[in-house]
Design a binder for this molecule. Structure first.
Ligand code: B4P
Length: 238
């Protein structure tokens, strides 16, 4: 949901001055899309979902969609040569300057580097990584159930196996990269959707705008950072 940010004028000013970038990371079926939607609505931030953008491109038959379709149907990642331009474009969107929830990217080392560099050019950085932790049997159960309900072309048994392997090979290593910065928060991702959302809400570093008290604290935090920026000429937001 855009523009539906936290209610008070103070929070809006704080949000503009101190953007919040949260990445939802997890295996296929771990609930990134589900929890990302709830979190984006709660924080009034834009959610950028590469999977949705790619599926829309496939549906509309655009050049991007035609390039991506085969990889997606096979459960493979769309190559970085195709996806990096898309990510750069999304991050350049004026809406994204206020902060955003990233769902589905970065997924490779090259994408992570692009995100770091692009945010860094604006004095920004990823503030929080929410790692949704779900056992493989549960992932399989969810994706198989969705295949029956929605018939998504990459929810076939073979594509699901490939997606799980590709996640372990290309995306899971990013956790160590972000853990070095101390910004990873592991969230148990099994159980009712509401309970998981509540667990995420408890993590103040990823939802620090969710109460009027934290909005004020956050505004003060941002103003302090801004002052430090003037003195030292750089920003460190995490
Ligand atoms: P995505 O759309 O990102 O698909 P995904 O990783 O499988 O996650 P998904 O959104 O489906 O799962 P979610 O966890 O929300 O990517 C699809 C393809 O696009 C990729 O394979 C790749 O080809 C391409 N792609 C996308 N981004 C790319 C990138 N950056 N680089 C290269 N290629 C890219 O939910 C799964 C299911 O679980 C849902 O049905 C949901 O309702 C259910 N669920 C959620 N939470 C639940 C809970 N608590 N209990 C029970 N069910 C739950």
């Amino acid at each position: 949901m855009r523009g539906g940010g936290p209610g008070s004028g103070t929070s809006r000013v704080a949000l503009r001055r101190c953007p919040l970038f949260v990445l939802l990371l997890g295996a296929p079926g771990s609930g990134k899309g589900t929890q990302g939607k709830i979190l984006a609505e709660r924080l009034g931030l834009r959610k950028i979902t590469t999977g949705d953008i790619l599926r829309a491109a496939v549906r509309d038959g655009t050049p991007l969609g035609r390039q991506a379709k085969k990889y997606m149907d096979d459960g493979k990642l769309v190559p970085d040569s195709v996806i990096l331009g898309l990510i750069k474009e999304e991050l350049a969107n004026p809406d994204a300057q206020e902060g955003a929830i990233f769902d589905g990217f970065p997924r490779t080392a090259a994408q992570a580097e692009l995100v770091d560099t692009t945010l860094g050019e604006h004095g920004q950085r990823l503030n929080r990584i929410l790692l949704l932790d779900v056992p493989e049997e549960e992932l399989l159960r969810r994706l198989t159930a969705r295949a029956a309900q929605e018939g998504r072309s990459d929810d076939t048994p073979a594509a699901i196996q490939t997606r799980l392997q590709v996640y372990q090979r290309d995306t899971a290593p990013l956790v160590a990269h972000y853990a070095e910065r101390g910004i990873v928060h592991r969230v148990p991702g099994s159980g009712p959707v509401d309970a998981i959302a509540t667990e995420i809400q408890r993590d103040r570093k990823s939802t620090r705008l969710n109460s009027s008290h934290s909005q004020i604290s956050y505004a003060v935090f941002c103003l302090k950072k801004k002052k430090r920026k003037k003195v030292h000429g750089h920003v460190a937001l995490s």
